[in-house]
Design a protein around this ligand. Structure first.
Ligand code: NAP
Length: 480
């Protein structure tokens, strides 16, 4: 069986390692950039770190005893990913600088067209394109007229120097909250433009002492116990809370956020501005103990007046004031529903995935769509992208995909696709359950909503995710 994997980020690396472990040798990983690591390669903004605990943020096949911090900096995760890809023998499978432009099913397999102009034929395709990488710029008039430097947080220029500059950050999500504290010592001033306040869960990031790292190396059992403990805490805590399965947990998270605000923001007017009017967990929880102290520093400012326009020298707010800046940072997030575009994906009988998913992306168990045989998605529709550690999600989906690959056979591979009626029933069940989640009931807007206004995440527990993707049930698929 010939397999194409699209993307050499976390999920592409995990797919490659799983393919090798299962004895597949004829697979190619196509990566449009020049390096592995996906999100951790792209996001190099000051302060970038993972807010999932380091010891939980690892591949099951590559435990890491020597994380430097309890919450790892982005660069360290990137080098971990590079190391894993090298150690596991993926180098000879990865093609860098090759973007996939088109996938077309020809009745038996997939014709894959690359940006290099070539075509290849594969029996199966695994999409490992990630979810949060199509950056979103705000639709603000005059954006192109700004004469200073401006960039999206995920496109931070290697040579950007903020020394002594007046910097605007548009946005108040996880990214902006990491950037602000990290730049204040360097810049002349930084202003955060906040349209909607966020609940901020306190979290102090501490270095991991050498003795602890040594103990994890000496006794791998300690490391796996810690992994199990952290996983249990996340999955039973926040992840269960947001889908309506742990009211007590949600209350505790809300109280911690409220305390964080009350204890760390003394000025009542500022506190009022920073207080959300929706429920905690509705937007993806922001985690930081550095943000509130940072926003109160002398060279920081919180601007809550709406943005009217961007002008050559700065940002004009709706109250008529012009705020002058040298640099504008767009920490305005990503479009998770366009992860595969502009790639064209043509399935069986000329079905165009763009059209099939024009309103809502739907899949069976988040990994396969009817009409697209032997095309497998990691991080596909309704993946739990905001709930669990993405690495765990990806590995669970890959395990299930390996089961589907086994069904089609290696020697003369057949075809597999999900039954349309089963997929529809599955998605109806999602629609019913999603209504009980905090993303829908919490009274906020967020990137969880797809263009049709539906929340597209995983509405159930981690246990359900694991059970649903443990092993394919052949009766849900058409095999030929
Ligand atoms: P985000 O959460 O989508 O936040 C975007 C921000 O930009 C919001 O505050 C939004 O305001 C604001 N915004 C958008 N358009 C605007 C406009 N026209 N005017 C003013 N403000 C505007 O994006 P993100 O912070 O990049 O985070 C995205 C996701 O990436 C996170 O939720 C998380 O899943 C992931 N992430 C994870 C980590 C980590 O540590 N693991 C770190 C960073 C990011 P509104 O709220 O009003 O829409």
């Amino acid at each position: 069986m010939r397999i194409a994997v699209i993307g050499a980020g976390a999920s592409g690396i995990a797919a490659g390692v799983n393919l090798l472990n299962a004895g597949y040798r004829d697979f190619e990983i196509f990566e449009k950039a020049e390096d592995v690591g996906g999100t951790w390669r792209d996001n190099v903004y000051p302060g970038v770190a993972c807010d999932v605990p380091s010891h939980l943020y690892r591949f099951s096949f590559a435990p890491k005893a020597d994380w430097t911090m309890e919450y790892a900096p982005g660069a360290e995760i990137h080098s971990y990913m590079s190391q894993v890809a090298a150690d596991k023998g993926l180098a000879s499978h990865i093609h860098f600088g090759v973007e996939i432009l088109r996938l077309e099913f020809d009745g038996a397999g997939w014709i894959v067209t690359t940006s290099r102009g070539g075509e290849g034929r594969f029996d199966a395709v695994i999409s490992a394109m990630g979810v949060l990488h199509k950056e979103v710029y705000p639709d603000i008039p005059g954006r192109d007229t700004f004469v200073g430097q401006s960039f999206h947080s995920s496109k931070w220029p290697v040579k950007a120097s903020l020394d002594g500059k007046r910097v605007a950050i548009i946005g108040t999500g996880s990214t902006a909250v990491q950037i602000l504290p990290a730049i204040l010592d360097q810049v002349k001033s930084a202003a955060m433009f906040m349209r909607t306040p966020q609940w901020v869960f306190p979290l102090v990031n501490k270095p991991i002492p050498e003795e602890k790292k040594a103990a994890f190396t000496r006794e791998p059992k300690r490391l796996s116990n810690l992994y199990a403990f952290l996983g249990e805490r996340l999955n039973r805590g926040l992840a269960a809370s947001v889908v309506g399965l742990n009211e007590e947990g949600l209350r505790e998270i809300r109280e911690a956020c409220e305390r964080n605000l009350q204890e760390n923001v003394a000025d009542l007017e500022l506190r009022e501005k920073l207080t959300p009017d929706y429920q905690v967990g509705c937007k993806r929880l922001v985690v930081s103990s550095a943000f509130y102290p940072a926003i109160q520093r002398e060279n920081a400012e919180l601007i809550t007046d709406g943005i009217a326009a961007i002008e050559p020298t700065g940002i004009r707010t709706e109250d008529g004031r012009l705020h002058a800046f040298d640099v504008i940072v767009y920490a305005t997030g990503f479009d998770p529903f366009n992860f595969h575009r502009p790639m064209k994906i043509i399935g069986r009988d000329g079905l165009d995935l763009d059209e099939v998913w024009s309103e809502s992306a739907q899949a069976l168990r988040s990994v396969m769509a009817p009409g697209f045989p032997n095309l497998f998605f990691i991080g596909g529709p309704n993946s739990p992208i905001g709930n669990f550690s993405f690495l765990l999600t990806a590995e669970t989906q890959i395990g299930y995909i390996m089961g589907l690959l086994a069904e089609i056979g290696r020697e003369s591979p057949g075809k597999i696709e999900p039954r349309a009626d089963v997929t529809e029933a599955y998605n109806r069940a999602i629609e019913v359950s999603i209504k009980n989640t905090i993303w829908v009931t919490g009274g906020c807007n967020s990137w969880y909503f797809d263009p049709s206004g539906k929340v597209a995440s995983w509405p159930w527990s981690y246990e359900r995710f694991e059970a649903d993707l443990r092993k394919p049930d052949k009766s849900e698929y058409i095999l030929s």
